[in-house]
Ligand binder design. Structure first.
Ligand code: BTN
Length: 259
């Protein structure tokens, strides 16, 4: 499928019928060529789609939006880069809500509909820290049997008003451009441009009892209370306040006792 509407919004768009991973391809391309910001690579099928924490991202052919966007943020405030994956999640949330479905964001990168994941974001910073490839997958037309895990959903299952992947990508890129230019104009300060507040308002995580699982298998339980000025999650345990920049978050609402 070609993406004529999204091509109007991107600064150059390349469509691949099939590939391994658009994030990997775009990172490789950026090493060979000088790319403009908002150059976008989109595909209908990935055989080696990458997710956060070394997970895979899988979707049947032509069932989802899978794209990667090139950004070259030059923020005065270094913490700006920490907001990019949240910013993209916010852009996707806005797109979904324009399709008549309410969505929220599980810190740091999942977009949820009624508690089920409809979209994930993977931001990868280049080795010299000068650019970011931010990829996202949005489940569009999968039936329940096509979804890789039980707590996932698609726009079809949620009753979205359109399943046109070109329009969904175009809308996401449009929203992303607005949010990104506001962050750039604020020198990378998410508080000043209002992004931090938007994310607090969109958050499915704030206020929840959570388990934070770190790469080394350690985990801690506490309540998610804030997103700090660099985009990290603030979690209050019984004994301390932790600031989490990476790690997997499990929402424990299902296990929480009524007070
Ligand atoms: C996650 O939920 O852990 C993030 C998933 C990100 C998937 C997208 S699909 C397009 C882009 N290319 C990849 O290999 N991954 C991202």
């Amino acid at each position: 499928m070609e993406y004529p509407k999204a091509s109007q919004v991107a600064s150059g768009l390349e469509f691949l019928a099939e590939t391994g991973s658009t994030n990997q391809d775009l990172s490789a391309l950026a090493k060979q060529t000088e790319l403009p910001e908002f150059f976008t690579l989109v595909t209908d099928f990935q055989s080696a789609g990458r997710g956060r924490l070394d997970r895979a991202w899988e979707a049947p052919p032509a069932s989802s939006v899978m794209a990667s966007v090139y950004l070259k943020p030059r923020f005065e405030n270094q913490s700006g880069v920490g907001w990019i994956s949240l910013l993209v999640a916010q852009a996707i949330k806005q797109t979904i809500e324009d399709l008549g479905v309410s969505a929220n964001i599980k810190w740091p990168n999942d977009v949820l509909i009624s508690g089920s994941k409809v979209s994930g974001v993977l931001a990868e910073v280049s080795q010299d820290l000068s650019s970011v490839v931010v990829g996202f997958g949005i489940n569009v037309s999968q039936e329940a049997k096509d979804l890789p895990v039980q707590n996932a959903t698609s726009l079809l299952l949620a009753g979205a008003s359109s399943l046109d992947r070109d329009s969904i990508l175009a809308s996401t890129l449009k929203n992303l451009r607005v949010l990104y230019s506001e962050l750039v104009a604020a020198g990378g300060d998410a508080q000043v441009c209002g992004l931090r507040q938007q994310l607090l308002d969109s958050s499915a995580t704030i206020g929840q009892l959570v388990e934070v699982m770190f790469k080394d298998q350690e985990s801690v339980m506490g309540r998610a209370v804030d997103i700090d000025d660099t985009g990290r999650l603030v979690v209050k345990t019984q004994t301390q306040t932790l600031v989490v920049s990476a790690g997997d978050i499990l929402h424990l609402r299902a296990y929480e006792q009524d007070d």
